[in-house]
Design a protein around this ligand. Structure first.
Ligand SMILES: O=P(O)(O)OC[C@H]1O[C@H](O)[C@H](O)[C@@H](O)[C@@H]1O
Length: 376
């Protein structure tokens, strides 16, 4: 199937001079990594490295989660060998999620990876054959892909977190590519997110353009503008406290007079030392995301609190994870859109939004924590 989707000849030629590190994290992708990458696509490049390709029932004692915290060893290898490795990928235990990195550990946010793929889908044989029907992202995923949809005249659906919403759109023939900030990317070749597919798709774009990861991203931002994006996870916190924090925030966003709320936000931004002009923080709307499925008309309510600023300045989103394994997990998503300064540092660009989130929620005090457990 993968050989029909991608141009293996092109990929193989490119990978001959493009050493990669692929980490299967002792999950189910191990045999696929060996067969597709090690024995086929990268067989002409002995420098390419494949890690943890033996599936283990306990994942080798590690958390098989492909993010900057739990796949830190992959980041380290790329950082320590910036001249050698040009690309890195890691997959989670069941292989549906993926993390992509460039030389030196350059991190590609899943939101940006989705946008880059969307902008270049027609370089992949499968999409040349099927055409591009539409795009979709989960609500907390950054709007980077929306910029691409707008330019290419493609529908971009915004759905709640959870793959089933994409499935409905795919079944109805409305969707070719979709993704989530939680490292899931997929297409209608199957109805699921697919980590190995996502990295092959991304490598196909690189092979087509014959450039590296950082250059691809920078060119993309220069062409489309950039959505700086951060997700802060507060894992394993007290469930009751987390629920109360979200409920109190929802009340506050609903009941506070907009001028008072804006003033509180402007003050917090100033305290961060990175405030933009006060008028930038005018609030367009706040809500708890609600979705009506365009296919079966089902309604999903309470899918995450949003505070959206006017004129596309940016937004904050707060929600409780539906998947944490112990205790509750609060996720905070920060996003700022920039059409001009596209080569900045994410943490610097979002300092004000981090402070605003902390002030509006009193998160540290309420949850009894000193910071997030995972920053993506
Ligand atoms: O943010 P969470 O509620 O923990 O969800 C994280 C992810 O969990 C699963 O993998 C779902 O299939 C995804 O759709 C979701 O994005």
């Amino acid at each position: 199937m993968v050989k029909e989707i991608f141009d293996f000849g092109l990929l193989k030629e490119f990978l001959n001079n493009f050493p990669v590190v692929i980490n299967a994290m002792s999950g189910v992708t191990g045999p696929y990594v060996r067969r597709i990458f090690q024995e086929d696509l990268c067989s002409g490049n002995p420098k390419s490295t494949f890690l943890n390709t033996e599936p283990l029932p306990d994942f080798g004692g590690h958390h098989p989660d492909p993010n900057l915290t739990y796949a830190a060893d992959l980041v380290k290898i790329l950082k320590e060998n910036p001249e050698l490795y040009q690309f890195g990928a890691a997959y989670d235990g069941d292989g549906d999620r993926n993390m992509l990195l460039g030389a030196g550990g350059f991190f590609v946010t899943p939101s940006d990876a989705l946008a880059v793929l969307a902008a270049n889908l027609t370089t992949i044989p499968y999409f040349v054959k099927t055409g591009v029907k539409g795009l979709a992202r989960s609500m907390p995923t950054s709007g980077a892909v929306d910029r691409v949809g707008k330019k290419l005249g493609l529908n971009v659906y915004e759905v709640p977190t959870g793959w089933k919403y994409f499935g409905n759109l795919m079944d109805a023939g409305k969707l070719s590519l979709c993704g989530e900030e939680s490292f899931g990317t997929g297409s209608d070749h199957i109805r699921e997110k697919d980590g190995v597919w996502a990295s092959l798709a991304f490598l196909s774009v690189l092979a087509n353009k014959k450039i590296g990861v950082k250059e691809l991203l920078e060119n993309h931002w220069k062409e489309f503008g950039r959505n700086y994006f951060l997700r802060l996870d507060y894992e394993n916190v007290d469930g009751e406290k987390a629920n109360k924090m979200i409920a109190d925030l929802e009340n506050k966003l609903k009941s506070t007079n907009p001028e008072t709320l804006t003033q509180e936000i402007v003050n917090a931004a100033k305290e961060s030392g990175a405030a933009a002009a006060p008028e930038k923080y005018k609030i367009a709307f706040t809500d708890n995301f609600e979705y009506t499925d365009p296919v079966d008309a089902s309604v999903a309510k309470g899918q995450g609190l949003r505070l959206v600023f006017e004129n596309g300045f940016g937004r904050l989103v707060w929600r409780l994870s539906g998947t944490g394994s112990s205790g509750a997990t609060v996720r905070v998503y920060l996003e700022k859109c920039d059409d001009v300064s596209v080569l900045g540092v994410t943490l610097d660009s979002l300092k004000d939004l981090v402070e605003i989130s902390l002030k509006l929620t009193s998160l540290h005090e309420v949850l009894g924590v000193t910071g997030p457990t995972v920053i993506t």
